[in-house]
Design a protein around this ligand. Structure first.
Ligand code: SF4
Ligand code: SF4
Length: 69
């Protein structure tokens, strides 16, 4: 699943957009939006780099197995 942005915690800094290796996130009118969620491959970089902890992700079982192997 693509990330979920908690709007109350998001300051609109744009860091997640800068770090995303795909074309998933965009800034529009000062707010981050999931522009192309189907392109997210759940790398988690946006969540790690967000300075306010505004990004939540639910990792699928398949990805969890890949990380633990
Ligand atoms: S990095 Fe976090 S605070 Fe900054 S725009 Fe993205 S979600 Fe919002
Ligand atoms: S998890 Fe990775 S690919 Fe998906 S939106 Fe975040 S940085 Fe982009």
């Amino acid at each position: 699943m693509p990330p979920r942005i908690e709007k109350e915690q998001c300051t609109g800094c744009g860091t997640c957009v800068d770090y995303c290796p795909e074309d998933v996130l965009r800034m529009e009118n000062g707010a981050v939006v999931l522009k192309y969620p189907d392109e997210c491959w759940q790398c988690g970089v946006c969540r790690l780099e967000c300075p306010t902890g505004a990004i939540e992700m639910v990792f699928t079982l398949d990805n969890t197995l890949l990380v633990s192997e």
